[in-house]
Each structure stands twice: as structure tokens, then as C-alpha cells.
Design a protein around this ligand. Structure first.
Ligand code: ADP
Length: 610
């Protein structure tokens, strides 16, 4: 049950000092709870001596052998107090109660403050570690989880964990200490009354146990229901274009409402399980109190002192509050455990793409790329098979072929998003698996047809190519990418914030931003995934000119769709069903009248005789 607490405990390591201080204040706060009752009891007994005087006297006699001087002092004080209480003594005595209250408040505050301080930082760190871990997982694994699911784990699960911890850290220390302190006071001071009260106790435990089980079941599903809700929300918002175009609003809302309804009913089940035991215990406790009052009233002879009985009831009520908060804590811990399971599951997902223990340095300068008899399948379904392809340093190879032929798979193998099951991808003769991933990707630039633009300024989006680039370098890259003109034509120039996914830019402009980014990166290996959609002639020309600048001297793998790119390639490789069907220059392939010629005619019409 508590292994997740030990995992969290390990996360608090950087904040151990404050944590321990907070726990210490928690212990003091717990003891203060019981001390308050004692102080009130003593003050009442002194103010109403007829009622409690005998008890105080008995206590003092009991304590005499241990601290004779102190007892003598108190005796003198009490005697004086009973006869002619001086104003000073009265003020001193009665102010004991507010002073104790003040001390209890300050200690309780410090306890809550310090532990919250630690909790919020620990959970912040956990979020950062989660995001870091996710970003280092292989792309395929991240995609398998789904963005909505991941968002939900990062926000709502960590949030649930945070709420639970912030509250539980505080009562985890204070409440058990307070309960023990109360038990000591009760057993020492009000022995017979307490023993009677303890008879009621087992009756109170039964509902707690029953409802804790119900709660655990409900909360475990609650978090995954929440994830489904956020997944639906995420899909609806990220696909808002489709939703509007296909009039899917009511379908999406209907789906969403169904999930919300499932979540709601689970939530109410959890609420019932966490709210019912409290009142049940309260009723049971008051029944116990009524029985005891009745017994006192019916007892023949002395009924004992009212002050004592009042102090007893107060101790019971205050300690009950602590028990109740401990039950709440148990509920919170159950919720936190469910949330933490989902969080730690992510954190413990190992990456199957790891760096070797002693990575080789990535070759400098121009590098060739060799797909050395590479085969790769997604979950057993072959995507590329026996690919043997050398891209000499500084040359450009264009991949063509029908959709699903394996072009993107080859590009992602080069980026080492996956490792091939057979063969190896080599960079300057070295297997990618012998290199560390970061320096490897530092040597690559990607321009993909689905240009990713972050919701930020144009400057920021270009600088992503090489974080830390100077303004002059950014502008130079934009100029070479034929993007400078359209950027400066915007009223805010490089400071223009481009909307989510670059909504404020045209297709051609987005591509030129991506090309500027790749230029800024200045990497020797270039991976191009050209846009399939046709651009208008002017844009096409600008993008092509930008690409030409970009490709100079770089080893380029291009998933080619444009006529101009194909004709400029040093080698064209035709892929079909994951295998190389043909290779050669444009002219050679056209003259062979094979798949390439058919594809070419489909896209561009009859080739002109050259
Ligand atoms: P292309 O880029 O030529 O259109 P891909 O490389 O995308 O082809 O796909 C090659 C094959 O691999 C296809 O059959 C496709 O369905 C499959 N495939 C691609 N990506 C994945 C993936 N993430 N999971 C499972 N199968 C995939």
C-alpha cells in the first residue's frame, strides 16, 4: 500500500531539511492538541476549586515525590488563589488558555506551511521529470499512449497526487501524534471513563473498513475515467477543423457527455464512500456519550466533578477530530495511490532506444549514410525489408513510391526513432546504435511536410533550429530561406506570434520557416519530406529556391514529390511494398518504363522527350 509513499519520499530528497523541520513541527502540533485540553482543565479546576480542587490536590500529591519543589510552589499559588486571588495571578492564569491556543496556532501553521512548501516543489519536480522522461521515450511509445492520455497523467494525476500529498503530509504526522497524546491523557487522567468509551470504538471501525474498500475501487477507476474525458476533449479541440467541417459537434458532444456521465457517477460513488463513515462514527460516538452520561446520572452517591467530565468530553471530541482527519487522510492516500500508479507507470516505462555505455563520437564533416540491408517491422508487420542503399557524402537521394511503401519509415530509421530489427543504419560507417542520440540528432536537420510551428514568435520558431542563435544568424537563415521578405512585411516582423500550428501563415510560408530553421541548424545530414499538396507557382518557386540553398553540400534523404526535386536528385530510389523496386537517374528510370514512369505520368503527365 505504501510503496508509492517511499517513492515520493525519495523525490523529496532535495528538500529534506524543510521536510524534517515540518515533521518536527507536526509532532509538536500533535502534542499541543492534547496540551490544550490539559491547560483548560487546569485553569477550570483552579477557577472552580469546589468542583475540581480535590482532583488537582490529588494530582499534586501524586506528583510530590517526583518534583517536591514545584509541587510546593503550586500548592502555595493555589492556596493564595483560592483565598484572595490577586488580579495579576488571575490574569496570568486565564491567559494560559489563549497563550496555549496561540502557540498551537503558530506551530500548526509552520507545520502546514513547511510541508506544503515541500509538497508543491516535489510534485513540480515530478512533473518536470515526467515530461523529460516522455520526451526521451521513443516516438512510437509516446504515440501509443496518445496525447490526451499523457496530458491527463501529467496534469490531473499529478494534480490529484498533489492535493492528496499537500493535505496528507500535514495530517500524516500531526494526527497520529495527537491521537497518541490524547490517548495518554485520557488513560492517565480519565481512566474509567476512557475504558468505557473504548467499548464503543470497535463499532466505529467497522464502517471505516467497509467504506475504505469501496472508496479504493471507485478511485482507481476515477483517474482513468478522467483520462478518457480529457482524451475526448483533446481530440475535439485538436481536430476542431474536422469537427466543424463535418458537422460533428453533436456527435462529439454526445460522446463527451457519455464519458462525463461515467465519470460523474464514479465520482459520486467515491463521494459516498468517503462521506458516509464520518457521520456514522459521530452518531455512534454520541450514543456512547449518552450512555455514559446516563450511567453517571444513575450512579448512586457522588457524581464526580463536572469540570473533569467536561475536560474528558473535550478530549474525546478533539481526539475524535484527529481520528476523523486521519480517516480523510486514508481516503486521500487511496486516491493518491491510484494516481501515483498511473504516474509512476509512465516514469518506469523503459526506453528501448538507449545510448551505448561508451558511445563513439559522431564523425565530423561530410558524412555518408548507409542503409545496410535494413529490415524493420511495426509490431511484426514488415514496413521495409532488405534495404541496401548508400547516400554518398554531400549527395542527394530521392525516395519515391506509392503511399505505404516505407518512405517515412526509412527517414525515421535514419533519425533513430526506431532501431531496425535486421541490418544497420550507418553514419560514416558507424552503426547508429553505437552513437549517443543527442550528438546524432545534432548532425541532422529535418524539414517535414507537416511543418510543426509552436505557438510563439516567428523568431522563436526559427531559433528552434539552434537554440541560442544570434539575431543576425536568424535573419541570415530567413534570408537564405527566402522568408525574410514576407516576415518583414508583417507589421510585427520577427515578433509576429504565429497561431497554434502556424495558422497565421500560408503553406508555403510555413515551409520556408521550416527551411530557415534547418539552415540555422547547419547540419551535414538533411531529411526532407516534401509537401504533397501543390503550392501556387510563386510559392513553389520560393520554396524550391530555399531548398536548393539548403541542400548544397549536405547528405540529403528526400521523400520526393516535386518534379524539380526528383530531376535534381543524384539518385532516385523507387520503393514498393517496403523493398527497393528500382534505382537510377530520372532519365534512366523513365526509359525503363517501370513503376517510376507510371508514378511519374500519374503525377505530372507524359514526360517531355529530353
Ligand atoms: P510511406 O511513407 O511510403 O507512405 P510509411 O513508411 O509511412 O510509408 O509506412 C510503411 C508501412 O508501415 C505502411 O504499411 C504503414 O501502414 C506502416 N506504418 C507506418 N507507421 C506505422 C506505425 N507507427 N505503426 C504501425 N505501422 C506503421
Amino acid at each position: 500500500m505504501f510503496d508509492f509513499l517511499s517513492k515520493l519520499w525519495r523525490l523529496t530528497l532535495p528538500y529534506r531539511g524543510r521536510l524534517i523541520l515540518g515533521i518536527l513541527f507536526g509532532v509538536i502540533a500533535g502534542v499541543m492538541e492534547a496540551a490544550l485540553v490539559i491547560v483548560i482543565y487546569v485553569v477550570f479546576a483552579a477557577v472552580f476549586p469546589t468542583d475540581g480542587g480535590a482532583q488537582v490536590e490529588a494530582e499534586l500529591t501524586r506528583l510530590q515525590p517526583y518534583a517536591p519543589d514545584l509541587v510546593a510552589f503550586f500548592r502555595a499559588q493555589l492556596a493564595g488563589f483560592a483565598q484572595t486571588p490577586s488580579t495579576a495571578a488571575v490574569v496570568l492564569l486565564v491567559s494560559l488558555i489563549p497563550l496555549t491556543m496561540l502557540a498551537r496556532g503558530v506551530v500548526g501553521y509552520l507545520n502546514a506551511y513547511l510541508l506544503n512548501w515541500v509538497a508543491v516543489r516535489t510534485l513540480g519536480d515530478l512533473r518536470a521529470r515526467l515530461l523529460d522522461h516522455l520526451l526521451h521515450l521513443p516516438l512510437r511509445m509516446v504515440q501509443k499512449f496518445g496525447t490526451g492520455e499523457l496530458m491527463s497523467r501529467l496534469t490531473s494525476d499529478v494534480g490529484a497526487l498533489h492535493n492528496a500529498l499537500a493535505a496528507s503530509f500535514v495530517s500524516l504526522v500531526k494526527d497520529p501524534v495527537a491521537i497518541v497524546a490524547f490517548l495518554v491523557v485520557l488513560l492517565v487522567k480519565f481512566q474509567s471513563l476512557t475504558l468505557t468509551a473504548l467499548l464503543v470504538f470497535p463499532v466505529c471501525v467497522v464502517p471505516v473498513v467497509i467504506y475504505a474498500r469501496k472508496l479504493r475501487k471507485a478511485t482507481e477507476r476515477l483517474q482513468s475515467d478522467a483520462a478518457e474525458v480529457s482524451q475526448t476533449m483533446h481530440q475535439a479541440l485538436s481536430g476542431v477543423w474536422l469537427v466543424k467541417a463535418y458537422n460533428l459537434e453533436s456527435t462529439v458532444i454526445g460522446d463527451f457527455m457519455r464519458r462525463i456521465a461515467g465519470y460523474n457517477s464514479r465520482w459520486m460513488r467515491a463521494t459516498r464512500a468517503s462521506e458516509i463513515p464520518g457521520p456514522l462514527i459521530e452518531v455512534a460516538a454520541t450514543v456512547g456519550l449518552a450512555i455514559m452520561l446516563g450511567a453517571v446520572a444513575l450512579r448512586s452517591g457522588s457524581r464526580g466533578s463536572a469540570t473533569e467530565f467536561m475536560a474528558f468530553v473535550m478530549a474525546i471530541i478533539l481526539s475524535y477530530q484527529r481520528v476523523r482527519s486521519l480517516i480523510k487522510l486514508q481516503n486521500l492516500l487511496i486516491q493518491a495511490r491510484a494516481a501515483s500508479r498511473r504516474v509512476f507507470e509512465l516514469l518506469e516505462t523503459p526506453s528501448d532506444l538507449t545510448d551505448p555505455p561508451a558511445p563513439k563520437p559522431v564523425p565530423a564533416g561530410h558524412i555518408d549514410v548507409h542503409f545496410d540491408r535494413v529490415s524493420f517491422s511495426y509490431d511484426g508487420k514488415p514496413a521495409v525489408e532488405g534495404i541496401d542503399l548508400l547516400i554518398p557524402a554531400g549527395k542527394m537521394v530521392a525516395l519515391v513510391g506509392p503511399s505505404g511503401a516505407g518512405k517515412s519509415t526509412l527517414a525515421s530509421l535514419l533519425l533513430r526513432f526506431h532501431d531496425p530489427q535486421q541490418g544497420a543504419v550507418r553514419l560514416g560507417g558507424i552503426d547508429l546504435r553505437e552513437l549517443a542520440q543527442k550528438p546524432l540528432r545534432d548532425r541532422m536537420a529535418v524539414v517535414s511536410q507537416d511543418v510543426v510551428i509552436f505557438h510563439d514568435t516567428i523568431r522563436y520558431n526559427i531559433a528552434l533550429g539552434r537554440p541560442g542563435a544570434t539575431e543576425a544568424e536568424i535573419i541570415a537563415a530567413a534570408q537564405h530561406a527566402h522568408a525574410h521578405e514576407f516576415i518583414t512585411a508583417k507589421p510585427e516582423g520577427y515578433d509576429t506570434v504565429v497561431g497554434e500550428r502556424g495558422a497565421a501563415l500560408s503553406g508555403g510560408q510555413r515551409q520556408r520557416i521550416a527551411i530557415a530553421r534547418a539552415l540555422l541548424r547547419n547540419a551535414p545530414i538533411l531529411i526532407l519530406d516534401e509537401a504533397t499538396s501543390a503550392l501556387d507557382t510563386e510559392s513553389e518557386r520560393a520554396v524550391q529556391a530555399a531548398l536548393d540553398t539548403l541542400m548544397v553540400g549536405r547528405t540529403t534523404l528526400c521523400i520526393a514529390h516535386r518534379l524539380s526535386t526528383i530531376q535534381r536528385a543524384d539518385l532516385i530510389v523507387v520503393l514498393e511494398h517496403g523493398r527497393i523496386a528500382d534505382r537510377g537517374t530520372h532519365e534512366e528510370l523513365i526509359s525503363r518504363k517501370g513503376l517510376y514512369r507510371r508514378l511519374f505520368e500519374l503525377q505530372f503527365g507524359e514526360p517531355s522527350p529530353s
